[in-house]
Design a protein around this ligand. Structure first.
Ligand SMILES: Nc1nc2c(ncn2[C@@H]2O[C@H](COP(=O)(O)OP(=O)(O)O)[C@@H](O)[C@H]2O)c(=O)[nH]1
Ligand code: SF4
Ligand SMILES: [Mg+2]
Length: 419
């Protein structure tokens, strides 16, 4: 249970004004004292994440936030982090102090979240201080309202049941690979263990993909790229699918017979964690790039770049080789994805394995509404190395998207002269 990454958990955010009992409810829901409770307003600063198992949903993360009504310089920063946690959540619990009641502020929040289609329920807290028949309000969108007391634990089980009923059924998105396999298929995974690979373990997308292959009843074989020839020769049958790390995509494509389907972890994650149609469309934007265009390379987690780092070294080299000139690149990492997107002509995003699908889709939606194309590492590398058709072929949604915009590998490089 503890090994399940946060990005694979349903996120439930406790939000509301200060002092309504959000931190107390986190503790009551998880049965632990994870969050500091205090009558002093503004005690909770950064969002606090607590993991638990919530049957039948499975692993969830409950997120305690600072008051959305916090103000002042620091308070404003606390509130903006709370807004971000709220936007990233799959289910929002609006906590209201039942003794103070709900006013226009709570009504407006319910209206806004309803308009965004967010799964919402209201925890009418401090019920231990209310009379038995105390009335509940009518709120816009009529979200379910559960009377609870974080102190006496009254209503906590009902609140958790409410979360189960309210949670969107599709929060996990499409599988990584399971639906692309037949039982008994052999899947060959090409996984370079170079200096960027973490010592003594596999990276998250690899682990998650292997798990799905095994669960699907298929056979997972793993090999480093230099032993790929030997692995293909040793297999009694041709693999049903080869999945490679994007960084060695072109070399792997040369070795794997044309009749064997081939894709990359990052292309599979474009569908699982993002909007594959949008990311495939983004690949077409490479051919429209001009030398003055600003391109952002966004990685969803922070790491110290070493050697031929994919975002800092390999992708810039590939872009320069394809375009014939070096584009203007900027980088961002972790949660520093810019609020202000103006001036960007293209965003190149990593595989997003550390983000929830909700978080990735929110970034992509913002880019789409700003008219900025987005592509991910795997799709970009396939495009720049002339193997995009092959990389997309195993994924029907990707093939559809590529057809829709007439995207081909062989699109000619931009003819703009270098600056
Ligand atoms: N009587 C009563 N007090 C509560 C309840 N929930 C929270 N409190 C109290 O309300 C104050 C604020 O609680 P806290 O959880 O820190 O609120 P937050 O600012 O929303 O996180 C604390 O003094 C808590 O003890 C409850 O259900 N009943
Ligand atoms: S940079 Fe992106 S793809 Fe790479 S490990 Fe971090 S979140 Fe995953
Ligand atoms: Mg708090």
């Amino acid at each position: 249970m503890r090994g399940i990454p946060r990005s694979d958990r349903l996120h439930i955010a406790l939000v509301g004004r200060r002092n309504v009992g959000k931190s107390s409810l986190l503790n009551a829901m998880t049965g632990q004292t994870a969050a500091i409770v205090s009558p002093v307003a503004g005690t909770t600063t950064d969002p606090v994440y607590k993991a638990m198992e919530l049957p039948p949903l499975g692993p969830v993360a409950i997120v305690d936030t600072a008051g959305l009504d916090d103000h002042g310089e620091l308070g404003g920063q606390r509130a903006s982090r709370s807004w971000r946690a709220l936007r990233d959540a799959h289910v929002v619990i609006l906590v209201v102090d039942g003794t103070a009641g709900a006013g226009p502020w709570e009504a407006e929040l319910c209206r806004q979240l309803g308009a965004e289609g967010k799964a919402l329920l209201v925890a009418w807290n401090k019920a231990d201080l209310l009379g038995e028949g105390a009335p509940l309000p009518d709120l816009p969108g009529t979200p379910p309202i559960v009377k609870v007391s974080a102190t006496s634990r009254q209503g906590i089980a009902e609140l958790l049941q409410g979360v189960v009923r309210t949670a969107p059924g599709d929060w996990q998105g499409p599988p990584i690979v399971a639906d692309l396999l037949n039982p008994d298929d052999t899947v060959l995974l090409v996984m370079p263990q170079d200096m960027q690979a973490p010592r003594g373990r596999l990276i998250l997308p690899q682990v998650q993909t292997i798990r799905e292959i095994i669960d699907a009843g298929a056979i997972a074989c793993m090999v480093k790229e230099e032993l790929l020839d030997g692995a293909l020769a040793a297999l009694k049958w041709q693999p049903g699918l080869v999945i490679t790390d994007s960084q060695v995509f072109p070399a792997v494509a040369k070795v794997v017979p044309a009749a064997v389907p081939l894709t990359s972890f990052s292309v599979l994650f474009a569908r699982h964690r993002g909007d594959i149609a949008q990311l495939v469309e983004g690949a077409a934007a490479i051919d429209q790039l001009c030398p003055d265009d600003q391109v952002l390379v966004a990685e969803a987690c922070t790491h110290h770049p070493i050697g031929d780092d994919i975002g800092r070294v390999k992708i810039p080299q590939l872009l320069a080789g394809y375009l014939g000139w070096t584009p203007r690149l900027a980088w961002c990492a972790g949660s520093d994805f810019p609020e202000d997107l103006s001036g960007l002509r293209l965003v190149i995003h990593c595989g997003s394995c550390m983000l929830t699908r909700e978080q990735t889709l929110r970034r992509l939606k913002r880019l789409r509404s700003a008219g900025i194309p987005a592509v991910n590492y795997g799709i970009l590398i396939a495009k720049l190395t002339g193997i995009l058709d092959r990389a997309l072929a195993p994924i029907p949604e990707a093939v559809e998207a590529a057809k829709g915009i007439g995207l081909r590998d062989s699109a000619l490089p931009c003819r703009m002269p270098p600056p």
